[in-house]
Design a protein around this ligand. Structure first.
Ligand SMILES: C[S@@+](CC[C@H](N)C(=O)[O-])C[C@H]1O[C@@H](n2cnc3c(N)ncnc32)[C@H](O)[C@@H]1O
Length: 399
C-alpha cells in the first residue's frame, strides 16, 4: 500500500473511532505507527479469561472490595438521576471495562435494585432497564455471561432487565447519541489507549519510578490527558442531559514530586521481578526495556482539571479511598499472612498483566517463575506503611 492510501486509512480509522486529535494527521500517523509496532503487546490488553486459578475472575477480590466501598455513591447517584429525569420508562445503563467475571454484575445489580426499590417507594412504575456490558473485543465475555443466572437471582424486585455485551474501546463511540442514562466504570480508565513515546531513557522499569526522568511523567500525563478527554467527549455525546456517571480508578496522592511512587508500588515490584530474570540470564535486558505499562495514576487535581477543561460534566463528588493490594486476600488473620498475601498480590497482578507479558516476551518468559519472584518482593515490603496509591471515585452529572 502506498503512503497516501496508508495515511488515508489511518485518518479513516480515526474518524470511525471519533478519536481526539490534538496533533496534525501526519504527526499522529507516524507516532502511532511507530508506537504500535514497538509496543505491539498493548493490543493484547485484557484480563486473563476463564475461571481457573490464574484467571481474573478468580483473582479480582480487590476490585470487588472497591465496589462494596462505593455502594453509597452508586445508590445516591442512581436515585438522584431517577428524580431529576422524572422517572423515565426506559433506562439504559453501561458498565465500561466490565472484564470477565462476576464483578460487573455486582455494580449492575446495585443500580438495578436501587431503581426498582426507589420506584416502588415513590409510587412510580418500574422502568424497563437495558444493561450494556462493555469491554475490549478480546475480553472473555463468555465467562462474564455465565454469571447472568446468579445476577437475575440477586434482583430484589420483579422488573424487566435486558443484558447485552458491547465490544469496543471506551475511547471511541460505543452508543447512539443521547441514549445513556447511567454510566459506571470500575478500575478500568487508568488503562491508556497506548504506551506514550519518549520513555526510552528509563531502562528496566515498566512504569514511572522515583528515579525516572521528568520527561517520562510528562509523556504519561500527556497520554492520560488525551485519553481521558476523549473518554469524556465520547460519553458526553452518548449521555442524556442530567445523566450520571460514576468512575472509580487508581490514582495517587499529591506530593511535590510527580515522579514519586512508593518502593512497594505494584509496577515497581513487577520491574524488580523482571530484573531478577535478566540477572539470572532468563530474559534479555532489551526485551524488558521495551515493556511499558499502558497505565497512568492521576492525582485528583489532574482529574478535576481535565473534567473542567472538557466542560460537558459537572462534578457532583470526588472521593479518595485507600488502596491496599494486600486486601486482595480474603482472611488477613491467616499466618504466615505476609507470605500468603504476597502470593495473592502476585496472582492479582498476574491476572491483569499475563496476556500482555505473553504477547511481548512469548516463550522467553516463565510466568510462574516471574510471579514467584513478585510474591517474594511483596514479602520484602511487609513493614512499608507509606503508600502513595489511592482509589479515586468521581461522580459526574451530564450538563
Ligand atoms: C481491572 S479490569 C476491571 C474490571 C471490572 N470493572 C471490575 O471491577 O472487576 C479493567 C478492564 O478494563 C478493560 N479495558 C481497558 N482498556 C479498555 C478500553 N479502552 N475500552 C474498554 N475496556 C477497556 C480491560 O480489558 C479490563 O477488562
Amino acid at each position: 500500500m502506498d503512503s497516501i492510501s496508508l495515511r488515508a486509512k489511518a485518518i479513516l480509522a480515526r474518524q470511525v473511532n471519533h478519536e481526539c486529535d490534538c496533533k496534525s494527521d501526519n504527526e499522529n500517523y507516524s507516532d502511532d505507527e511507530e508506537r504500535s509496532s514497538k509496543y505491539r503487546f498493548v493490543s493484547a490488553l485484557s484480563m486473563s479469561g476463564g475461571n481457573g486459578d490464574n484467571s481474573y475472575s478468580t483473582n479480582s477480590l480487590l476490585q470487588k472490595r472497591v465496589l462494596s466501598k462505593i455502594k453509597t455513591v452508586l445508590v445516591e447517584n442512581t436515585k438522584e438521576m431517577m428524580t431529576n429525569l422524572d422517572f423515565p420508562k426506559c433506562i439504559k445503563i453501561a458498565d465500561l471495562g466490565c472484564s470477565s467475571g462476576p464483578n460487573t454484575f455486582l455494580a449492575i445489580s446495585q443500580i438495578v435494585n436501587t431503581i426498582n426499590v426507589f420506584c416502588k417507594e415513590c409510587n412510580q412504575n418500574q422502568p424497563e432497564i437495558d444493561c450494556c456490558l462493555n469491554d475490549l473485543p478480546s475480553n472473555d465475555f463468555n465467562t462474564t455471561f455465565q454469571f447472568l443466572t446468579s445476577f437475575n437471582k440477586k434482583l430484589t424486585q420483579e422488573g424487566s432487565c435486558f443484558v447485552s455485551g458491547i465490544p469496543g474501546s471506551f475511547y471511541s463511540r460505543l452508543f447512539p447519541r443521547k441514549s445513556l442514562h447511567f454510566v459506571h466504570s470500575n478500575y478500568s480508565i487508568h488503562f491508556l489507549s497506548k504506551v506514550p513515546d519518549g520513555l526510552e531513557k528509563n531502562k528496566m522499569s515498566v512504569y514511572i519510578t522515583s528515579s525516572s526522568p521528568l520527561s517520562e511523567y510528562k509523556a504519561y500525563l500527556n497520554q492520560f490527558q488525551r485519553d481521558f478527554t476523549t473518554f469524556l467527549r465520547m460519553r458526553s455525546e452518548e449521555m442524556v442531559s442530567n445523566g450520571r456517571m460514576v468512575l472509580t480508578l487508581i490514582g495517587r496522592n499529591t506530593t511535590d514530586d510527580p515522579l514519586y511512587r512508593d518502593c512497594c508500588h505494584f509496577w515497581t515490584l513487577l520491574s524488580k521481578s523482571l530484573c531478577d530474570l535478566v540477572f539470572e540470564g532468563l530474559v534479555s535486558a532489551s526485551k524488558v526495556n521495551t515493556f511499558k505499562m499502558p497505565f497512568y495514576d492521576p492525582t485528583k487535581e489532574e482529574v478535576t482539571d481535565l473534567i473542567r477543561k472538557e466542560g460537558s460534566f459537572q462534578i457532583n463528588d470526588l472521593e479518595t479511598h485507600g488502596f491496599d493490594l494486600g486486601h486482595s486476600i480474603e482472611d488477613c488473620s491467616l499466618q504466615p499472612h505476609r507470605v500468603k498475601s504476597g502470593q495473592k498480590e502476585a496472582s492479582c497482578i498476574r491476572a491483569v498483566t499475563e496476556t500482555m507479558l505473553v504477547a511481548h516476551f512469548g516463550d522467553a518468559i516463565n510466568i510462574d517463575t516471574l510471579f514467584n519472584k513478585y510474591a517474594f518482593h511483596v514479602s520484602q515490603h511487609a513493614t512499608c506503611t507509606v503508600k502513595t496509591t489511592v482509589t479515586l471515585v468521581v461522580s459526574l452529572i451530564r450538563s
